[in-house]
Design a protein around this ligand. Structure first.
Ligand SMILES: Nc1ncnc2c1ncn2[C@@H]1O[C@H](COP(=O)(O)OP(=O)(O)OP(=O)(O)O)[C@@H](O)[C@H]1O
Ligand SMILES: [Mg+2]
Length: 257
């Protein structure tokens, strides 16, 4: 009895600790974050360093000083429900999944990002190393130094961006499409982090397989976004239609980069 009381008290204390980091977290989400902290032996979670439409990003550190990124999805985001439903539908990996409410859909969404990260990392795409997902909390490698994150491509000073970055990014795109057989679906200068001189692809929750009915259209948009960014800096870029056709062909014939 005593032990049980102590345990539940402890749990409430942990939850309050994490709520100090972000008081906007609901109880269930705080509990999920604590579970992840336990599993990965994280010592401390820092205040969020980025909040997007669908999630917030928290740096965390373990006892050995290694940093992690916790991406916590908002349970209530109506926008995420809409976009998640759109992308989960048509993906054979999520066929037959009953999605009753927003909470479950957000869990599926977090799991989808985790799976996409695993698949990309396994194929050799430069993405943050995925560690675990529990409910709406995804833990991955922190791209940065200490709690300071590395810059998005969008944030890198113009004079530091050269053709090399573009070429490296195209290489990542090729590996993603031909080896991981995934299309990002939301690729742009906002979803690429320049870390230790290399482009890393992030925010892969919406990625779909090359078999998806919209794969080609999504790939065309991804490449156009990237091209537009580099063209504005006065750089020459590859032909979108030609490159997309080539990549899809390679993926279909099972030829990898
Ligand atoms: N592994 C990571 N290491 C360091 N920073 C990261 C990492 N992943 C994401 N970030 C930061 O968190 C921000 C949000 O992450 P992400 O793009 O995955 O989420 P999002 O909710 O889709 O955001 P948005 O709606 O703004 O696109 C990124 O713009 C980046 O600044
Ligand atoms: Mg993003």
């Amino acid at each position: 009895m005593n032990v049980i009381v102590k345990r539940s008290e402890r749990r409430i204390k942990d939850r309050d600790d994490i709520k100090v980091v972000d008081s906007a977290l609901d109880n269930r989400t705080a509990q999920a974050a604590i579970e992840v902290m336990r599993k990965l032996k994280l010592r401390k979670v820092f205040g969020s360093i980025a909040s997007g439409k669908e999630s917030r990003l928290y740096p965390a550190v373990d006892g050995e000083g290694k940093f992690y990124a916790l991406k916590i999805y908002y349970i209530s985001a109506a926008a995420s429900k809409r976009s998640a439903a759109k992308y989960v539908a048509g993906d054979p990996r999520f066929e037959g999944i009953e999605i009753g409410n927003t909470k479950e859909l957000v869990y599926v969404w977090a799991k989808k990002e985790f799976k996409n990260l695993i698949r990309m990392a396994g194929a050799g795409v430069r993405v943050p190393q995925p560690y675990m997902v529990f409910r709406n909390v995804l833990a991955m490698e922190f791209l940065g130094e200490g709690p300071r994150r590395s810059p998005l491509l969008r944030e890198v000073p113009r004079e530091e961006i050269d053709e090399n970055i573009y070429i490296k990014l195209l290489e990542q795109l090729e590996i993603m499409v031909t080896k991981a057989r995934l299309i990002h679906g939301d690729l742009s200068e906002y979803n690429v982090i320049i870390h230790e001189g290399e482009p890393y692809i992030i925010d892969v929750g919406q990625a779909v397989t090359v078999e998806h009915r919209n794969a080609e259209e999504l790939l065309r948009r991804d490449l156009s976004n990237i091209n537009n960014f580099f063209e504005k800096l006065g750089m020459r870029t590859v032909d979108v239609n030609e490159t997309v056709k080539e990549l899809i062909n390679k993926a279909e014939r099972g030829i990898s980069a």
